[in-house]
Design a protein around this ligand. Sequence first.
Ligand code: ADP
Length: 369
Amino acid sequence: MTDTILVVDDTPVNLRVLTEMLKRHEFEVFSAPDGPTALDIAYAEGIDLILLDIKMPGMDGYMVCERLKSDERFSDIPVIFISALTDIDDIVKGFDTGGVDYITKPFKFREVLVRVETHLTLRHQRQQIEEIRERDRQYFESINALREQFIQTATHDLKNPLASIVGYTGVLESYNESANDDTIKSAIEGLRYGSDKMRILVTDMLDLLQMESGFQLYYKPIEINEFVRQCFLEFAIAIKDKKLEFVFAPLDADLQINIDDKWIGRVMSNLISNAIKYTPEQEKIEVVIERQNDIILLHIIDSGLGIPTEDIDQIFDAFYRVRRKSHMQAEGRGLGLSIVRSIVEQHNGEIYVESELGKGSRFTVALPL
Ligand code: ADP
């Protein structure tokens, strides 16, 4: 990237000589004959370094420098003062106002160039450090937010089912001859419900933690049609219970694809179970496999509730749920899709969704062959 330098000098010949010399060295150069023009250019042009004459009529170099340094947006632009060799006091004052260096008149081109390049390098390094810091800060913020939500979820949503498990266990313990079968049956149902809920939540939370801290994939060649068929078999009862029409469109010919079947199985289960969960009775669900050159597309399509446009960008974020009554009626914690996205990205794949509220959704997983 070309660096942009602003040269400020009220002596036309100095201005021209410096400008031309720097242009020859591939810099983009702006020139200003006085302080106010210099400030206008500095504010407007995204300057990387300023060569600034000290003695100018009206607004002198110190004033220009002080103005810039007092504005946070421009305070990190390095300013190199230009001064006559004899004016040592000027140079000291230049440092006091925020200058980083000085060059003396008459110029030696080599010296000007070395100083300019040194300060540009320092500026770039400072910017890189700043970028890394910012990235780290954002990373820690997101980890912190995730941690907070983990704690919140664990306290609320694990405590309730645990309390019901403990409660129903008590019912069974105090079982005696007088208790009838219905009491036992409902206690066992309660235990099953509470422990299932906890199992799903604990699995999701631990999976998400594993993804966040990096996990190892074990690739192996998998016959894709058969693999996907196995994925939806486990939902046969749920599909029947909701009287959903289910369509499976495999590839015409058998094809092997290198995946970690355990994790891609998790992707398919999550997407199919969502399709079932967010689709009213008697509607339709389709699972379609498609090949496009070196990519396999897995489409999970439903004619269910759909997703509002304003939520689409966030549904892959951990703990995000569509806050509509229709959607909130289904059990969930907003963890499934964030796990799905991590797994797909680990496979160098992509996941995207098209959806219309009230019409349905199409989730597509694209995996490289
Ligand atoms: P959850 O456990 O809440 O289902 P997910 O991460 O799997 O968590 O999904 C996040 C949210 O995206 C869901 O809460 C739901 O609002 C929305 N969503 C996911 N899949 C569908 C779908 N097929 N149809 C409509 N909304 C969906």
